[in-house]
Design a protein around this ligand. Structure first.
Ligand code: DON
Length: 580
C-alpha cells in the first residue's frame, strides 16, 4: 500500500475485529513455515535471506542484515555507530536486549561542548571527532554471531564484505543526504578519500565501492572483537581522531562491551509487549503511553478525540523522559514506578477529555527536528527466533568524519547526551543530570525495537526517526491492535508530540482539515504541512522508515511491512534453508 490512507485505519478500527472474531478456531502453529525479513535496503534483506539459505538462524541473518546496512546505508548506520537489538530465542523462550550503544570518551567533558559564551557549540556536538562516542556495532556483530548464531562470523559478514568490495549503485536519498552534509564531509581527508571521485563527490547512479571498509570488515571477520577494537583498525581510529583534534584512548576502545539488558515487558489489551529498556527511553515511554491509553476504547472515539488522548499520553511520557532517563549503569531510574499501571492511571486522570494540557514551558528554544536517519530491521526465522534491530550513527552520515584508512564513518551520538542541561538537542529533546555525559556512560536513546505477542500473532516492529521513533512505534502498535496488517502499519500516516515544543507535528494525510480544526479548538497547536510560508515543519518531514514482520500462528502465514516512504526498503517472505 503506497498511499497513506486514513480511511484504512477507520475501516480496520470499525470492521476488522468482527472479521477476526468470525474465524473458526484452528491449532496454533509451533513455528513459521518460512522466514520474513524487512529492512531499509533490499540488498540487506537479500543478504539476510542468503544466510538463512545457508542454514543460519535469525541471529546469523541479523549479523548479515546489520553489516550490509552498515555498507549500503552509511547515511543511517555503520561500524562507527551503535545499536539496540531485541532477541527472542525460540528454543529457550528467552528475550534479551543487547545494548551496543556508543560510550562517552573520558575526554568529552561537558565543557568541551560549550562555546566561549557558554552556549552549546552545535558544530562540535554534531560534527567531527568530538561528536563521536566509542562505536558499539562491531562488538554487537561479534556477540550476536558468537553467542546466538550458528554460522561463523566470517560467513555472516561475507555478503557485506562482498558488497563493500564490488560496490552498489548510489540511490537518490544517499546522494541528497551527501549534498546536505557536504561541507562537513569534505573537511576530513579520510572522508574525502571515500566519497570524492576524480574531484567530485558521489552522485546518484555511481557504483560506490568501499575497499577500506571491506578491509576493516575482513579484519573483524578474521579476528572478531580484536579485529576492530585492538590492532590495526584501532590504531587507525585512534590516529585519525587525534589528527582531527579529538582524544580517544586505546583502553576505551579495547574496553568496550555490549551489555545484555532485561527488556521491559507489559500488557496492552491482551498483547504482551516486549521492548527496549534504558539506555533507551522507548520502552518506558511506550509502557506509560499504552497503559494511559488503555483507559479508553480508542475504536469508539471519533478521530479528533482519539488523536487528542493519544497526544496527551505522548506529552506526559516525553516529559518524564526529559527528567528521569539515562544510562541505568550510571543513574537510578524509577523504572518500576514509571512503567506501573498505577502511575499510568494517575497520568490518565490528569487528561481533560476535551482540552489540551499546555506543556509547562522550560528554558531553551527547541530546534527543528532533523531528517530521519538511523535504520531498523525485523526478522522472524522458520524456528520462530526473532530479531528487532535498530542501529544508528545518529544524524545524516553521523559526524561526517572517517578516520583515514578505515572506511568507518563515525557517529555523532554525543549529541544524544544532555550536553548542556535544558538545551534541546538536534531532535528538540533535552535532559538534565540523568543524561549528562560521564566517562564510559551511554547516551539516552529513543531506539525502540519491540515485539508484540498475542495468542495467535507475533510481531517485530521498529523504526528510525530520533525522538519520533517512540511515537511511531506507538502508532504501529495501535494499528496492529486495530487489525491492520504489516504493510498497512508501515504505511500509516504519523503524528507526534514530545511535550516540548508544545505542538503536534503531523505528516500529510494524518488529519483531515476538520480533525485539525477540532484539535485546535481543544487547545492543541497543530503543525500541519503547508501551515507556514516554508510549508510548516510537518510538510518538510515525511518521517520514519518503519520495518515490521508478522507471524499469524492460526493461519501459519508470515507477512512483512516495509515503509513506503523509503523506496530502497524491502520486505521478503519465503521458505528458506537448503532443504526447504
Ligand atoms: O538513539 C537515538 O535515539 C538517536 N540517535 C536515533 C537517531 C535517529 O533515529 C535519526 N533519525 N532521525
Amino acid at each position: 500500500m503506497k498511499q497513506f490512507a486514513r480511511s484504512l485505519l477507520l475501516y480496520a478500527l470499525v470492521l476488522a475485529p468482527a472479521a477476526w472474531a468470525a474465524d473458526p478456531p484452528q491449532a496454533l502453529a509451533a513455528h513459521p513455515d518460512g522466514a520474513a525479513i524487512a529492512s531499509g535496503h533490499d540488498l540487506a534483506t537479500k543478504a539476510g535471506m542468503e544466510i538463512l539459505d545457508k542454514g543460519g538462524n535469525a541471529f546469523d541473518a541479523a549479523v548479515a542484515v546489520s553489516s550490509t546496512l552498515a555498507v549500503v546505508e552509511p547515511i543511517s548506520s555503520g561500524l562507527g555507530g551503535g545499536g539496540l537489538f531485541l532477541l527472542h530465542d525460540a528454543r529457550t523462550g528467552k528475550d534479551v536486549m543487547l545494548d551496543a550503544r556508543e560510550t562517552s570518551p573520558a575526554s568529552a567533558t561537558p565543557e568541551r561542548f560549550l562555546d566561549k559564551d557558554g552556549e552549546l557549540d552545535r558544530d562540535r556536538s554534531v560534527n567531527g571527532p568530538w561528536s563521536a562516542g566509542i562505536p558499539g556495532l562491531p562488538a554487537m556483530l561479534v556477540q550476536v554471531a558468537g553467542e546466538h548464531g550458528r554460522l561463523p562470523l566470517s560467513e555472516s559478514l561475507a555478503p557485506a564484505i562482498r558488497i563493500a568490495t564490488d560496490g552498489f549503485p548510489v540511490y537518490p536519498r544517499m546522494a541528497r543526504g551527501y549534498a546536505s552534509r557536504r561541507e562537513v564531509m569534505e573537511r576530513y581527508p579520510g572522508t574525502r578519500e571515500v566519497y570524492m571521485r576524480n574531484g567530485r563527490p558521489i552522485a546518484e547512479g555511481d557504483i560506490f565501492k568501499q575497499p577500506e571498509l571491506a578491509h576493516t570488515l575482513q579484519l573483524l571477520a578474521d579476528k572478531g572483537f580484536d579485529g576492530f577494537y585492538r590492532g590495526e583498525t584501532a590504531k587507525k581510529l585512534l590516529a585519525g581522531v587525534k589528527r582531527e583534534g579529538g582524544r580517544w584512548t586505546a583502553d576505551e576502545l579495547a574496553g568496550y562491551t555490549v551489555k545484555s539488558r532485561e527488556p521491559i515487558v507489559f500488557d496492552y489489551r491482551g498483547w504482551k509487549i516486549t521492548t527496549a529498556p534504558p539506555p533507551s527511553s522507548g520502552g518506558i515511554a511506550l509502557a506509560a503511553m499504552l497503559q494511559v491509553l488503555e483507559g479508553w476504547d480508542l475504536a469508539e472515539l471519533d478521530d479528533a478525540h482519539r488523536t487528542h488522548v493519544v497526544v496527551e499520553a505522548m506529552r506526559r511520557a516525553y516529559r518524564d523522559r526529559t527528567f528521569f532517563l539515562g544510562d541505568p549503569d550510571f543513574v537510578q531510574i524509577p523504572q518500576r514506578v514509571l512503567t506501573s499501571r498505577d502511575y499510568a492511571q494517575g497520568l490518565r486522570s490528569t487528561i481533560h477529555p476535551e482540552k489540551a494540557t499546555p506543556s509547562d514551558l522550560l528554558s531553551g528554544n527547541p530546534t527543528p527536528l532533523e531528517d530521519d536517519e538511523t535504520t531498523h530491521f525485523s526478522i522472524i526465522d522458520n524456528e520462530g527466533n526473532r530479531v528487532g534491530g535498530t542501529q544508528t550513527v545518529n544524524l545524516l552520515y553521523g559526524s561526517g568524519f572517517i578516520p583515514a584508512g578505515t572506511g568507518v564513518l563515525l557517529n555523532n551520538e554525543m549529541d544524544d547526551f544532555a550536553l548542556k542541561p535544558g538545551t534541546p538537542n538536534a531532535f528538540g529533546v533535552m535532559g538534565y543530570e540523568a543524561n549528562a555525559p560521564k566517562p564510559g556512560k551511554r547516551m539516552l536513546s529513543s531506539m525502540t525495537p519491540t515485539f508484540m505477542e498475542k495468542d495467535d500473532q507475533v510481531v517485530v516492529i521498529g523504526t528510525p526517526g530520533g525522538s519520533r521513533i517512540i511515537t511511531m512505534v506507538l502508532l504501529g502498535i495501535l494499528g496492529y491492535d486495530a487489525g491492520l496488517d504489516a504493510q498497512q502499519v508501515a504505511a500509516l500516516p504519523r503524528y507526534h508530540h514530545q511535550w516540548l515544543p508544545d505542538e503536534i507535528s503531523a505528516e500529510s494525510g494524518a488529519f483531515t482539515p476538520e480533525v485539525a480544526r477540532q484539535l485546535q479548538a481543544m487547545g492543541h497547536k497543530v503543525d500541519l504541512p503547508g501551515d507556514s510560508a516554508e510549508g510548516g515543519r510537518g510538510s518538510s518531514h515525511v518521517w520514519g522508515n518503519l520495518q515490521t514482520v508478522e507471524w499469524n500462528r492460526r493461519s501459519n502465514t508470515l507477512s512483512g511491512g516495509t515503509d513506503p516512504r523509503n523506496p530502497e526498503g524491502s520486505a521478503e517472505v519465503r521458505k528458506v534453508g537448503k532443504g526447504d
